[in-house]
Each structure stands twice: as C-alpha cells, then as structure tokens.
Design a protein around this ligand. Structure first.
Ligand SMILES: Nc1ncnc2c1ncn2[C@@H]1O[C@H](COP(=O)(O)OP(=O)(O)OP(=O)(O)O)[C@@H](O)[C@H]1O
Length: 364
C-alpha cells in the first residue's frame, strides 16, 4: 500500500490545443478508494494513464509512496491495472490468465498456484479455472481481469471503467463484489467512471472533473448534498438537482410571482448589495427534498403537475412552476393527476444557492 501524490499535472496531446488535464493536483491516501468522475472528454482517463505511466505529463509530478515515478515506465511503478477492454488472453485458460503477471515475474510455480487459488476464491472463479475466456460470461471475464490485477500485490490498483462492458444487472452485482474485495485488500485504488451511481456507491472520496480540472473533491454524500457548483449538482444524482431562477428581495426568495423565506445569509448579502433592489440567484433543490403540501400554506409554492411517473418505490412528478420545470419525488401512496395544481414545500435545509453568473455555490 502507498499513497499517491499528484501535483500540478498539465497534459496536452500532440496536435491538440486543449489541455486534457489542466493543473491537476490530488492526494490519494494510503488504502483509499478514489473515484475520478466526470462527463466524456473531461480528462479522467488521461489522468489515470499518467499515474499508470502509459502517458507522460508536460508538467507536474506524480509520487507513489513518496517515490517520484513521473517518468518511470509502468512496470517500475508497482501498480496493477484493469482497463475497459478486459484484454484477457483468449487462448489461455482462466488460471493461466490470472497467474500471467506472476509467471512473468518468475515466481515459483507453487507460489503462482497458491495466489491464483486465493484470487479465484475471492472472485468466485474457482469452478472456472480450467475454462477458456470464450466459455465465460461477460461478468466472469471481467472478474478474471480483476483477479489478474489483484494477485500482483501491487501498491496501487488503477481501474478505468471496469464495469462498462456489463449489462445493468451484472453491473449491480459486480459493483458490490468489487467493493467487498477492495475493502478486504485495502489497496490504494483510483477508479475512473462517468457513472455517478458507481462513483457514489464505491468511493471513499470522489474527484469530480470537468474540462481537465477537478471541480470538487469530497466524500460522495457531501458532493451529492453540497455541490460546489451548478455543474456538479446537475451531473450527480438521478434525477439531477433541480435549478430555478430566483431573486432575493426584502428577506424573501422570489420565484416568479411567488415568495418563500430566504435564508438569513442570503438576505444579508442582498441587503449589503444595496445598489440593487434584488439579487438574482439560482436555487438548487433535489427531487426528494420537495414535498407536496396544501396550497397556500406557509413555505409552499403553487405548481401544476405535468407528468406523473410511478417508479414502484416512489412516484416522480414533473411539475411546472410558472414556466420553470422541476422534478419532485413523492411517496407512491400520493395520488395526483396530470394538470392538477398542487402546493410544493421545499425543505428549507436542503435549498442550495448558486451565483447566476459564475454558477459557483453560495454558502453562509
Ligand atoms: N490520444 C489522444 N490524442 C489526442 N487527444 C486526446 C487523446 N486522448 C484523449 N484526447 C483528448 O483529451 C481530452 C481528455 O480525454 P480523456 O480520454 O482523458 O477523457 P475522459 O474523461 O476519460 O473521457 P471518456 O469518459 O470519454 O473516456 C479529450 O478532449 C480528448 O479528446
């Protein structure tokens, strides 16, 4: 086990003018499970490839366990990798596939066999050791790739979308399995995904990336509940956070022609900004933090139900609030009709605020 210290990494690919990573710094603690999360093209894979030694940065440094590995080849970094295409050797049996790296390291045959048996047991592959990859399911093949990585006893495990080739159900199963294994091993892990659910469920901390930069780093619940900027709230969560245009005026939060109480820090900020009668803000609120209440009661906003989607465990509403659309999640016992006018009560504690111009979070 070792920590990873990434400092000020810059990378531009030849022929490109855009920075694939733009001054990225990140410390991954020893034994930590760090997820790099972000939309396609944000630089996650580039960052992982530089940690792996598959790409070199233009500037910056990478230390693993205190050792400067920035320009060392992959095999000198004591790490193992699982990448998207699971790249198991088709003409070799599962046991040979799993033991491949150990055999290359010239470990004694008995030692290779012992470790292969251990990894196969951990990944529930023991019954398949004498099969060829073509005789396995997608999930089993993926497990072979993981087994091959973990037998190496590396300091660091790097994974790039390792579940991307699996169908939804297999993904769910294997996600839990992966979490169990990595917790058991305690290996420092960096895991790339664009799937926010995977990031939430697996990570100790998540680094959310956008356009080559880390825009928020924190434990997944904090990132979900306290997005540092609008982009993060809109990327994480299903449905994503709702955003409403609003104004802070005379201690209230005005949304269209309606008003609810503004939190005191915002009311004060608006008062201090005396040059303007009202301060525009973007309000963020998650679907599950809005309840349906009697129209006209304290703290409620009138809205019209546009779509009712029963999900089984809950019902998802699409509502119209004076021309602004939002999603509301209510218990499945709440019966509502399309076109019905309802009162919405956002939980005041769950309201988030963003600067309308910069899109950055506003906090007390
Ligand atoms: N070999 C390459 N040559 C030129 N540009 C590249 C190369 N690889 C990546 N890029 C560019 O660098 C940027 C970051 O790409 P990267 O693959 O790191 O993103 P990503 O977040 O991993 O995306 P995805 O989720 O789609 O894999 C993108 O703009 C991409 O087009």
């Amino acid at each position: 086990m070792a920590d990873i210290q990434i400092r000020n990494l810059h990378k531009t690919y030849p022929g490109s003018t855009e920075l694939a990573t733009n001054d990225v710094s990140l410390h991954v603690d020893q034994g930590e499970f760090m997820v790099l999360l972000g939309p396609s093209g944000c630089g996650k894979t580039t960052l992982l490839r530089m940690v792996a030694g598959l790409d070199l940065p233009d500037q910056g440094s990478i230390h693993i366990g205190g050792r400067d590995v920035t320009y060392l080849p992959p095999q000198s970094r004591n790490l193992s990798m699982v990448f998207q295409s699971y790249a198991v050797f088709p003409h070799r049996k599962v046991r040979t596939n799993i033991g491949f790296g150990l055999t290359m390291k010239k470990l004694a045959k008995a030692e290779v066999e012992r470790k292969v048996a251990w990894a196969a047991d951990l990944l529930q592959l023991t019954p398949y050791l004498d099969r060829y990859p073509a005789q396995l399911s997608g999930g089993q093949r993926q497990r072979v790739a993981v087994a091959r990585a973990i037998v190496m006893d590396a300091d660091v495990l790097l994974m790039d979308e390792p579940l991307s080739n699996l169908d939804a159900l297999l993904r769910l199963d294997f996600r839990a399995e992966l979490k169990r294994i990595v917790q058991q091993l305690g290996t420092t892990t960096v895991y790339v995904t664009h799937d926010q659910v995977e990031a939430m469920s697996l990570s100790d901390r998540v680094a959310v990336m956008r356009k080559g930069q880390i825009v928020q780093l924190g434990n997944p619940i904090t990132v979900y509940e306290e997005p540092a900027e609008r982009f993060v709230g809109g990327f994480i969560g299903s449905p994503p956070m709702n955003f409403l245009g609003a104004e802070v005026r005379e201690g209230t939060l005005r949304i269209g022609s309606q008003a609810i109480a503004a939190p005191s820090f915002l009311a004060e900020a608006a008062r201090a900004d005396s040059g303007r009668a009202a301060m525009p803000v973007t309000v963020g609120i998650r679907a599950e933090n809005i309840s349906v209440a009697d129209r006209g009661s304290e703290g409620t906003l009138d809205a019209r139900v546009d779509v009712v989607e029963p999900l089984g465990h809950a019902t998802l509403l699409t509502v119209d609030l004076e021309g602004q659309t939002l999603k509301v999640q209510v218990p499945s016992t709440v019966r509502l009709e399309t076109g019905q006018m309802i009162g919405l009560r956002p939980d005041p504690q769950a309201l988030r605020f963003f600067d309308t111009e910069t899109q950055l979070g506003l906090t007390a």
